[in-house]
Design a protein. Structure first.
Ligand code: FVH
Length: 317
């Protein structure tokens, strides 16, 4: 059984893997690392910080009981291990997989690795960017096995060097479910932001064109999109972030008719205006079309004064 001071093998020294390596080294752990591309600058950096780079994948896996994977996708793990599993290379290994994937990916990995000798499998999602690894705001969602083993295997202590280890349950897929849920919120925000920036771009171009045609009304638009984001867009989004809690509470409390001052019919019409406006201005609004369709359904089912939280019930299949 590995202890708090046991050595670790880390597979993957991309942006996140490298941040993990530095956090592990900072905590005083002996670290063996492997990365497909040995010339990646992070490899030299972690060697300089004290890690042992093992170019032979099999030797890197054999070096320690706890193996942490942080690669682009799950199939990279199988690609590396597949040629080796005829040996007992995975026997008694404690696998910690921090690669992004689906709950099914995690459950499949749990079975695949244990069928080939691994003693335990934990699957996690790191909920911060590499720059914030090891800071007080960092959280690692983790699932699989049980909480007692998480602690006794030394994995909890190891994860604590990255961030707060938040154990979500024994099904290996649960942490991945949380991870992709939170990331879907992030990507949803970004596609909304990029649609907004495309529409603003059209307006900035128009402003410049008008100013060019009519010197008397010349307008300088020096700040571009950045100025618009700083002045209007980020303050608007910041003010709206607490509404996520109102939505969650409305769902928790079966209070979806509470519109918090924003009736669904008003928002539904606004969404269709945005789509129409995008079409008129030459901006792709495909991402909003589905949302507006859901808003139409909510008004049909629950009435014009209902609340946005009803959309949640339409998304559950
Ligand atoms: N970066 C972030 O903000 C997020 C935060 C939350 C967690 N994600 C997930 O972490 C996984 C790794 O992400 P990353 O940021 O380290 O990603 P990259 O910098 O692109 O590095 C990718 C590493 O994966 C290796 N790799 C790619 N393909 C293979 C392969 N076929 N066999 C072996 N290794 C492979 C790659 O190696 P190389 O290109 O240097 O040879 C890097 O080590 C990821 O799941 C995120 O979603 C990060």
């Amino acid at each position: 059984m590995a202890s708090e001071t046991s050595g670790i093998t880390l597979v993957g020294l991309g942006n996140m893997g490298a941040a993990l390596a530095h956090a592990f080294l900072k905590s005083g752990r002996a670290l063996t690392v492997w990365n497909r591309t040995s010339s990646r600058p992070s490899v030299a950096e972690v060697i300089k910080a004290g890690a042992l780079y093992e170019p032979d994948f099999a030797k890197a896996i054999s070096a320690n009981t706890i193996i942490v994977f942080c690669v682009l996708e799950y199939k990279n793990i199988y690609q590396g291990l597949e040629p080796l599993v005829t040996s007992d290379i995975l026997k008694d290994k404690v696998i910690v997989n921090l690669t992004n994937g689906t709950p099914k990916d995690a459950r499949d990995a749990d079975k695949w690795l244990k069928d080939r000798g691994a003693s335990s499998y934990f699957d996690g999602g790191i909920m911060v960017t590499p720059q914030n690894v090891g800071t007080p705001t960092s959280v690692v969602l983790i699932s699989g096995e049980d909480e007692e083993l998480l602690e006794s295997s030394g994995v909890k202590g190891l994860l604590s060097t990255i961030g707060f280890p938040d154990y979500k349950g024994e099904d290996a897929g649960i942490a991945a479910g949380y991870d992709i849920a939170l990331l879907s919120g992030m990507f949803g925000m970004f596609i909304g932001s990029l649609t907004a920036l495309a529409m603003i771009q059209k307006q900035l171009d128009r402003t410049k064109k008008t100013a060019g045609a009519n010197k008397a009304k010349e307008i300088t638009t020096t700040g571009g999109l950045t100025e618009v984001v700083t002045t209007y867009f980020n303050p608007l989004l910041t003010a709206l972030i607490p509404h996520n809690e109102l939505l969650a509470a409305a769902i928790d409390n079966n209070d979806q008719d509470n519109n918090h001052g924003n009736p669904m019919e008003m928002m539904r019409i606004a969404m269709h205006n945005i789509i129409r406006g995008c079409e008129e201005e030459g901006v792709d609004a495909e991402n909003l079309r589905h949302f507006a369709g859901l808003a139409d359904q909510v008004v049909r089912l629950h009435g014009p004064d209902s609340g946005l939280a009803w959309v949640h019930s339409l998304l559950l299949k």
